[in-house]
Structures are given as C-alpha cells and as structure tokens.
Design a protein around this ligand. Structure first.
Ligand SMILES: Cc1cc2nc3c(=O)[nH]c(=O)nc-3n(C[C@H](O)[C@H](O)[C@H](O)COP(=O)(O)O)c2cc1C
Length: 202
C-alpha cells in the first residue's frame, strides 16, 4: 500500500499555493499518493476587493479541490500551509481545522505524521509563530510533528528549520531556493510517514 499524503492550504494571492505545489511534488517524487487540497474562501467580497492581487486570485478560481474531512482521515501524513496573518494562521485554514473535532474524538487523527509551512511579507513578521500555531493543533490530535530541520545541505541556505517558508517582501512570488526547500519538506514528510505508516499497519 502506498503512503498517503494530504497537502492542505489556504492562499489569498498565490504564494502559499506555490509552496504547497512544491511540497506535493516532493512527496510525489518518493512514490507517495498525494492529494493537494485548498480550503474555502470565507472573506467577504468587499475585503477581497481592497486588494487587486487577492481579487484576481479569487477570480482565477481555485488551484485545487476543497479539502474534506475524508481527505484528513484518508491521509497517513498531512502538510498544512497558510499565509501569516498578524503572526498566526489565516482563519480560512483554521476554520477547516476547527471542523475536525468529530475525527479527533474518535481518535482518527492520532498517529498521523504532520508538518506545516507558511509565507509572510517580512522575515521577522511571524513565520515561526504561524508554524508553531498550526503545530499546536497537530499536538492536540496526537499527531507526530515533523519539522523541516537542516537535514539537507540546501536547507542551510534556504532554511527555516520549523517548516518551509517564504518571505514575500513587496509581493514577490516564491523563488527556486524556497520552492526546493518545500520540495525537500515533501520528501521528508512522505519518507518518514512511509516508515511510520508501515509500522502501524504491520
Ligand atoms: C490581513 C493580513 C495580515 C498579514 N499579516 C502579516 C504578518 O503578520 N506578518 C508578515 O510578515 N506578513 C503579513 N501579511 C503578508 C502575507 O502573509 C504575505 O503577503 C503572504 O506571502 C501572502 O501569501 P498568499 O499569497 O499565499 O496569500 C499579512 C497580509 C494580510 C493581507
């Protein structure tokens, strides 16, 4: 049975979507089965209209199907990503994660392997606090949190050991260095998940 990886993210202007796609590619490179999913936009139209980049991202339509609780239950390993919002996760991702109480109560989220990633416009604008906030949810699930670490030479250049990150100063899209870090995070998540899932199934 192949390793099952869910990559779930929220993005308002595309940066987190690009990071998620790079992470998914890394997981696919290991031979894992991957579901790439986003979550519903819940901001009111008048808020979206204040930002032309947000408006055009919404107008272009979702880059992935919407995540369901079934996707979470299906997955052996989960990567969750969000832009940083005032030093924490976006409410759109949090809203989805806040629907998992039923799965949590049945113990269906325990022993999942989990990792997280983010983007912020400034280097000290809350990358780590956002990742740690997502990881807090994983701890409550009883998931096994996998940080990115510095486990590949590339990560010494690009790295945020807490999880893949991109500083989008002046709205820049993720560069190849950041995308490679996310790809490596996908490889790491899928590889570790494969070992743990095989042990749990044995
Ligand atoms: C409401 C709001 C709050 C934000 N809060 C932060 C923040 O706390 N720190 C920061 O560095 N950037 C912050 N940003 C910038 C975004 O995190 C950044 O532009 C990110 O790359 C957007 O990712 P996306 O393209 O996936 O939506 C904020 C942006 C918005 C719209």
């Amino acid at each position: 049975m192949s390793t099952r990886i869910l990559v779930v993210y929220y993005s308002a202007t595309g940066n987190t979507a690009s990071l998620a796609e790079a992470l998914a590619k890394g997981a696919l490179d290991t031979g894992a089965e991957v579901r790439l999913r986003t979550v519903a936009e819940t901001a009111p139209p008048e808020a979206i209209a204040t930002n032309p980049r947000w408006q055009s991202y919404v107008d272009a339509g979702p880059r992935a199907d919407l995540a369901t609780l079934d996707d979470l239950e299906w997955a052996d390993g989960i990567a969750a990503g969000t832009p940083t919002r005032f030093g924490g996760p976006a409410s759109q991702l949090k809203s989805f994660l806040d629907t998992t109480g039923g799965l949590w109560a049945k113990g269906k989220l325990a022993d999942k392997v989990a990792t997280s990633f983010t983007t912020a416009s400034t280097a000290h604008g809350g990358l780590e606090s956002t990742i740690l906030a997502i990881n807090n949810i994983f701890y409550h699930w009883g998931a096994i949190v996998v940080p990115l670490g510095y486990n590949a030479k590339h990560l010494l250049e690009s790295g945020n050991p807490y999880g893949g990150s991109w500083v989008s100063r002046k709205s820049a899209e993720p560069d190849d260095v950041a995308l490679e870090a996310l790809r490596l995070q996908g490889v790491r998540l899928a590889t570790i998940t494969g070992h743990i899932a095989a042990g749990l199934r044995a």
